[in-house]
Design a protein. Structure first.
Length: 275
């Protein structure tokens, strides 16, 4: 019996959009195109200009890009409450690195750290649109209260902020009644590889539950996900991922961005997939 070849260690870095070279942008778009077809490269590059930051995962030895996440930040008032969101537009990883969670863990750890460091009283959220179970699963895995939830409707503030993000980010493609995004773009959608979920996986209770939440996922319809970045909203698993403790020596304060401080983990890590 042969054992699988060991995967190379990965390096995680957080970069500003201005630091993304044309070659790096092209590599990011190539990774995106494995999972989504009909997504214009010019449009993708326009999106990158409005980023708060980008999380890159590279082969620590060769520097080859194997995964990335793009994060936007917005701060508004909803019904007199100051709220803000870190919105993940894309979170992509080469399939050979599936099975680890460090891309998402590193990305959300920075969001949690910045929310904890903010002393303004603003309520911070993580938001993203999920077209598949692999993306949605982080909501119940990390957060007690989240939207969508199979058994709990969102409270008034969460619903209002979700709908605000839906309208701001997705315009008329967003349906507030269902909390979903239907792009209706001719030629746009998941690739065949991305849609290849076996019947065995669909028999999984968790995947079947997601199919009830977003029954049109195979048509590339996305469901808008939202959760408060508060310590009392973390599950037991979330508290293990994001403990409240002094910064380890392996972390450094990298930059100040608005209300919070970004914590960037040093050293090689391993990564996780999308879509």
């Amino acid at each position: 019996m042969t054992t699988p070849a060991a995967r190379p260690p990965l390096r995680t870095s957080f970069v500003e959009p201005a630091a993304l070279t044309p070659e790096r942008r092209a590599a990011m778009f190539a990774l995106l195109s494995v999972w989504f077809e009909g997504y214009g490269e010019d449009y993708f590059n326009e999106e990158l200009e409005d980023l708060d930051h980008c999380v890159l995962q590279e082969d620590a030895g060769t520097g080859e890009l194997v995964g990335f996440a793009t994060v936007y930040r917005q701060a508004v008032e909803i019904d007199g409450t100051a709220v803000g969101a870190f919105h993940t537009a894309h979170c992509i990883l080469e399939r050979r690195f599936w099975g680890s969670n460090e891309l998402v863990r590193s990305m959300v750890a920075e969001m949690v750290a910045r929310a904890r460091a903010d002393r303004s009283g603003r309520l911070w959220y993580w938001s993203y649109s999920a077209v598949g179970y692999r993306s949605y699963r982080y909501m119940p895995m990390l957060f007690v209260r989240h939207t969508p939830h199979p058994d709990q409707p969102p409270d008034a503030l969460d619903r209002a902020f979700r709908d605000h993000i839906g309208r701001e980010c997705f315009a008329h493609y967003y349906d507030a009644d269902t909390g979903t995004v239907d792009w209706q773009w001719h030629g746009y959608g998941l690739t065949e590889e991305a849609r290849a979920i076996s019947q065995a996986k669909l028999d999984s209770p968790a995947v079947a539950q997601f199919s009830r939440i977003n029954p049109r996922w195979a048509d590339s319809v996305e469901v808008l996900c939202l959760a408060r970045l508060q310590d009392d909203n973390l599950t037991a698993f979330g508290r293990r991922w994001f403990p409240v403790s002094p910064r380890p020596s392996g972390e450094r304060v990298a930059r100040r961005a608005g209300e919070g401080v970004a914590l960037l983990p040093n050293g090689p890590t391993r990564a996780t997939p999308s879509p």
